[in-house]
Design a protein. Structure first.
Length: 162
């Protein structure tokens, strides 16, 4: 891209057009045109916008715009062919995640996660505890043999009398 930018700059200078004049005629910012001429692709957010800008600039300079765009496409192919398949997949995954976050969610299409409440389990444990306590109390009273204090009182009284 650096070579293409240098070529465009040399043609502009040989045509006697200043950077400011070209920016005004094309309605470009000065930094945008400087970045094209220096080959700074990272300054542009969109590759398609950059391609259109290069095509317009080539037409403005009186060059064959299709040939210039073909050279730019060759640069893009060389640049993108160095990206690994894993990087492409990771970028696609991040893009899908961002789209999912930005998606409008309707109450009819939203997935609700069912919250599990712990209170029913606590009530069941307390109920089992109380039931076992009641059963224990009942069983402990049923198995008790009543004291025979009446017979002893009578026996003690008889001995005291004698």
């Amino acid at each position: 891209m650096k070579e293409l930018g240098d070529y465009l700059k040399r043609v502009r200078i040989s045509n006697g057009v200043s950077l400011t004049e070209a920016c005004e005629d094309l309605n470009f910012s000065t930094s945008q045109l400087e970045n094209i001429e220096s080959g700074n692709v990272k300054a542009f957010k969109d590759v398609y916008e950059l391609k259109d800008s290069i095509k317009m600039y080539a037409k403005y300079l009186g060059l064959d715009s299709d040939r210039i765009v073909d050279e730019f496409n060759g640069f893009l192919f060389q640049h993108t062919s160095k990206i690994s398949l894993e990087d492409i997949r990771n970028a696609q995954k991040k893009k899908e995640e961002l789209l999912e976050e930005k998606r409008v969610k309707s109450p009819y299409t939203m997935e609700y996660k069912e919250k599990v409440s712990i209170w029913p389990f606590i009530y069941i444990v307390i109920g089992i505890f109380l039931l076992s306590l009641v059963v224990y109390v009942i069983l402990s009273n049923v198995n008790k043999v009543p004291k025979r204090t009446d017979e002893l009182k009578v026996y003690i009284k008889e001995e005291c009398i004698l």
